[in-house]
Design a protein around this ligand. Structure first.
Ligand SMILES: Nc1nc2c(ncn2[C@@H]2O[C@H](COP(=O)(O)OP(=O)(O)OP(=O)(O)O)[C@@H](O)[C@H]2O)c(=O)[nH]1
Ligand SMILES: [Mg+2]
Length: 492
């Protein structure tokens, strides 16, 4: 990933700072600098069997993480870019055990050391998808307990794992939280517990996104589209979760994995074509349930049918058959594209691009500064002024105003600081976009007009801060005022 402007300036500040502080603080400063050069680290969290590993595979574009019904992710697994495929199991004592990918190209199910002794599985893949993102697959949160499972907590946040592993997992800058049923209050608690447990993660909706997975299970009947049900449910849940996540995106992770990892073969497509040619009654019987699909007499051998169920489940099979009936000559590649579109992933990709792409620089820089601030408070007293001074200097730069702006936007959009709708969207636009025309709602306007409009907005927000606003609103308004003031300067 090309490091953004903010991350780059924090990194060079770290370089200046390192020789001036004690060994203890230097280790932190150097660690922060090296993390700034890495892609955004996203942790995928959620309950047992929510489909986390399936989604990880879809994001990576390869089926590498085991997802079979019985297997569960018991060890934190990190996927990052590397020049060649390679897996290292990192033990709690720090020792590395290299293991080969299995015959199917996946992480082998049996590890060279007991899972309890493993702190981390570090997977490097030569997948271009990973150039911009490090993905961390985490063990499922306990289903009965409202808190995160002890095992997950220990593996993610334990103090006694070696530095490599802690470095790998402790500082995820963003979370994708996966759930499958209506959000229950204990889901919200689990989400908050997860965010709290990781010191480096603020629980702001700025860096968390929820996926409403297995949307296919909401299909009202065989072959019927689940989206008319899933979309409004996800929107409701986004309202319930608005203090914790910036959006709830409904997806069918299984279809995304199958499409993105290229798991649908020409043979699968032929089997589906054969099923599409069956008479209506026979097909309806077969597709009534997973059990009937594999047990009903008919063409296509049972192993092949099981494979289809694994790759597509009943909704995906119905979906594919409907398309093959409408267009009997549909090629495998075209079917895969249709499945991808039906997985909800296109919307997920654009949301990811928006929040983790556009905001990545700010998220990383913000993370780095808070890490340095923490080091200033907890580290050796002699380094305090050096560290604080450096952070303050950076924060005073105009481009750094994006940080408080995003914080203000998070407070406003979560309803913590209520504002009229028009003002709320103005704050969000100012915080999230660079394009002055978009921010000011004047997409075609010439520069001079944009500048006048920015000055007008700045005075409007100042007037609001000084009269009629609550103290919390006034704090937000002052930040927004300065934001528009800086924008006007940029346009001047
Ligand atoms: N129908 C359907 N099944 C899915 C979907 N996503 C995942 N699954 C299935 O759900 C099961 C669990 O998926 P995993 O990806 O292993 O879930 P996980 O959250 O990683 O599970 P643990 O690591 O054990 O906590 C697998 O059998 C998947 O094939 C989906 O969108 N639709
Ligand atoms: Mg898993």
């Amino acid at each position: 990933m090309v490091a953004g402007q903010l991350s780059t300036s924090v990194a060079s500040m770290c370089e200046d700072l390192a020789p001036k502080v004690s060994d203890t603080s230097r280790a932190v400063v150097e660690d922060v600098a090296s993390r700034l050069g890495q892609p955004l680290r996203v942790a995928v969290a959620g309950r047992l069997k929510a489909g986390k590993s399936t989604l990880v595979n879809a994001l990576i574009g390869r089926r590498v993480a085991p997802t079979a019904a019985g297997e569960c992710t018991r060890v934190v697994t990190q996927f990052r870019y590397g020049p060649a495929d390679r897996i290292d199991v990192i033990a709690r004592d720090g020792r590395k055990h290299a293991v080969p990918l299995d015959a199917a190209g996946m992480i082998p199910t049996s590890l060279p050391i007991p899972a309890d002794d493993a702190a981390l599985i570090d997977v490097q893949l030569s997948s271009d998808r990973l150039r911009d993102l490090i993905v961390v697959d985490t063990p499922g949160l306990q289903s009965v307990n409202t808190d995160i499972s002890d095992a997950a907590r220990e593996m993610l946040f334990s103090e006694d794992i070696d530095d490599d592993s802690r470095e790998a997992v402790a500082g995820a800058e963003a979370i994708i939280y996966v759930f499958t049923q209506q959000v229950r209050s204990d889901d919200i608690e689990a989400l908050e517990a997860f965010a709290k447990a990781s010191q480096q993660l603020s629980s702001s909706p700025m860096n968390s996104l929820a996926l409403y997975n297995k949307a296919d299970k909401l299909s009202p009947g065989p072959g019927q589209d689940p989206w008319p049900v899933a979309t409004p449910i996800a929107a409701d849940q986004a309202t319930i979760l608005k203090r914790a996540v910036c959006d709830v995106v409904p997806v069918v992770g299984l279809l995304a994995e199958t499409a993105e990892a290229g798991l649908l073969t020409a043979a699968d497509c032929e089997a589906l074509r054969t099923l599409a040619g069956l008479d209506e009654e026979k097909r309806a019987l077969m597709l009534a349930s997973a059990g009937l699909f594999t047990s009903t007499e008919g063409p296509v051998d049972v192993e092949q049918r099981k494979r289809l169920l694994e790759r597509l489940d009943l909704y995906g099979i119905n979906f594919a058959i409907a398309h093959l009936q409408a267009n009997p000559h549909l090629a495998t590649g075209e079917l895969v594209r249709l499945l991808f579109a039906a997985s909800g992933f296109p919307r997920l990709r654009s949301t990811l691009h928006q929040i983790f792409g556009v905001r990545a620089d700010v998220i990383k820089a913000g993370w780095a500064l808070s890490r340095l601030e923490a080091a200033a408070s907890s580290g050796p007293a002699g380094d305090r002024d050096q560290l604080r001074g450096a952070v303050e200097q950076i924060v005073a730069r105009p481009e750094y105003h994006r940080l408080p702006l995003l914080e203000a936007a998070a407070q406003v959009t979560t309803g913590q600081v209520p504002l009229p709708e028009e003002m709320e969207s103005e704050v969000a636009r100012l915080a999230l976009t660079d394009d002055a025309g978009t921010v000011l709602g004047l997409p075609e306007a010439p520069r001079a007009q944009l500048r006048r409009s920015a000055i007008e907005a700045a005075s409007r927000w100042r007037a609001f801060a000084n009269g009629g606003a609550t103290p919390a609103q006034a704090r937000v308004a002052n930040v927004v005022h300065r934001g528009f003031h800086l924008l006007a300067q940029r346009l001047g």
